[in-house]
Design a protein around this ligand. Structure first.
Ligand code: UDX
Length: 456
């Protein structure tokens, strides 16, 4: 078993650290945030992630994991140091590498024995060559330090499971010593290991994420066409999924992809291509479709209602997907400001994301409109004029069409996640618009006494 230090305790670093401890390694997680370190020592996870806290507590109690701000003591005698700090997107789409550079410098100034530095963060191809050079430049002691690439494929909400049961471990190394060491570190996981050179490993991460982003944008594009030609995207996806070359995963059309990876990694790869004088047309298309998709329902609803001024608007789901409190690039962040600008009185429900959302949009009046956070869906729906669904939380899925009909002042639902069968809504008398499927239109509206909505 190895002595491992992990730099950064976000999704990537903390989950990796905890899982390394779980398989028996001796782990020290390093973060600059003193409060966060205190929190983790008391057994509390700074992120909402299924199963993480249990493993933190278990491994902390047996002394296999510790948390510190003292990077020097953590790095000085580590066999391997994993870097899992953020590489946030910059305005031009490129990745900000300053956190990685800071950690690399701290490592160079601290290590007192030969050590393997493993970069887990997603970085532009060629970055790890630079990180190695950078460490050599600042190295204080006469020791060997090599850099390996080991991209992370975990999805938020299932991060611990994804790490312990990954479909593959990618290791990118430039020497036998580094390859052997990293292979041994991963041996206790009993997972398939793909060993390639450093640049290929860096590229595998982008190429994989961007392929999935493309798959989603492609389905969203086809969904929009389905609506125009009278096809149903869910039936189309089902028919496609039986072809094993296509597969059944990531075929769900919706309100566009969000999160910390797909939006960032598509823009980063497009930027890398541009820097190299190449236009990555496919990835650019994925980005463009996604941008349009995020406000697709808002645009539809605007046409239908003309104005949201004075309407009670229920918003169900704020996070970029269920199972996380993360709001990064969530559709809600695009749509809520548009609604508020228009004077909507929003009642928002999210089982875990409301607190974070309130930091961006505090409860109360906002512009011409207002926003209120409710902990129960019925409260949001009661007396509302229109409802938007941005995240497919279990609580939202559990709402019946009759509940919408009963509680809403005017039962009009815009569903960005295709949660309910259109027929159910039609039968219940709810006007229902989703993505890539025919709408359910209320009979009374068909007969056209139409828009009490506009004036209420
Ligand atoms: C993703 C990758 O899955 C993971 O391998 C990588 O390491 C990081 O990025 P994550 O962002 O946590 O993980 O979530 P994921 O479940 O992949 O969903 C990303 C976005 O795509 C969400 O907004 C989700 O709603 C959307 N999505 C996903 C769809 O719109 N349709 C689908 O079929 C699947």
């Amino acid at each position: 078993m190895y002595k491992i230090a992990v730099a950064g305790t976000g999704y990537v670093g903390l989950v990796a650290g905890v899982c390394f401890a779980e398989v028996g390694h001796q782990v020290t997680c390093v973060d600059i945030d003193e409060k966060k370190v205190e929190l983790m020592r008391s057994g509390v996870s700074p992120i909402y992630e299924t199963g993480l806290e249990e493993l933190m507590k278990k491994n902390y109690s047996v002394g296999r994991i510790e948390y510190t701000t003292d990077f020097k003591s953590a790095y000085k005698d580590a066999d391997a140091i994993f870097i899992g700090v953020g590489t946030p997107e910059q305005p031009d789409g490129s990745a900000n590498l300053s956190y990685i550079a800071t950690v690399a410098r701290q490592i160079a100034e601290s290590v007192e024995k030969d050590c393997l530095v493993v970069v887990k963060s997603t970085v532009p191809v060629g970055t790890n060559d630079k990180v190695e050079q950078f460490i050599q430049d600042f190295l204080v002691n006469d020791v060997k330090v090599e850099v390996a690439s080991n991209p992370e494929f975990l999805a938020q909400g299932s991060a611990v499971y994804d790490t312990l049961h990954a479909e593959r471990i990618i290791i990118g190394t430039e020497s036998k010593w580094a390859e052997d060491m990293l292979t041994k570190i991963y041996e206790p996981f009993h997972l398939p290991i793909v060993s390639v050179n450093r640049r290929s490993a860096e590229m595998i991460k982008y190429a994989s994420n961007d392929f999935l982003a493309l798959k989603i944008s492609y389905m969203n594009d086809i969904a929009n066409l389905c609506e125009l030609v009278g096809a149903d995207i869910q039936d189309v996806a089902k028919g496609m999924s039986y072809d094993e070359r296509i597969g059944s995963k990531f075929l769900n059309a919706g309100i566009g992809f969000g999160g910390s990876c797909f939006p960032k990694d598509t823009k980063a790869l497009e930027y890398i291509a541009k820097q190299n004088g190449y236009e990555l047309k496919t990835v650019k298309a994925a980005i463009d479709v996604n941008k349009e998709q995020k406000t697709m329902l808002y645009k539809k609803a605007s046409k239908r209602l003309i104005t949201f001024n004075g309407l009670k608007v229920a918003v169900l789901g704020l996070t970029f997907k269920p199972g996380t409190d993360d709001l990064r690039e969530a559709a809600s962040l695009e749509n809520v400001p548009l609604l508020l600008e228009q004077g909507a009185d929003i009642y928002a429900f999210d089982p875990v994301g409301a607190e974070n959302f309130a930091k961006v949009h505090p409860e109360g009046k906002s512009g011409k409109g207002s926003i209120t956070y409710v902990s129960n869906i019925e409260h949001a729906l009661e007396g509302s004029n229109v409802c938007f669904i941005f995240t497919e939380w279990g609580e939202v899925k559990a709402i019946t069409s009759d509940t919408y009909k009963k509680l809403m002042r005017t039962p009009l639902v815009y569903d960005g996640r295709n949660i309910y069968p259109v027929e159910d809504m039609q039968e219940a008398g709810v006007e229902y618009h989703s993505i890539g499927r025919k709408p359910a239109i209320r009979e009374d509206i068909k007969e056209s006494k139409n828009l009490e909505l506009q004036n209420s």
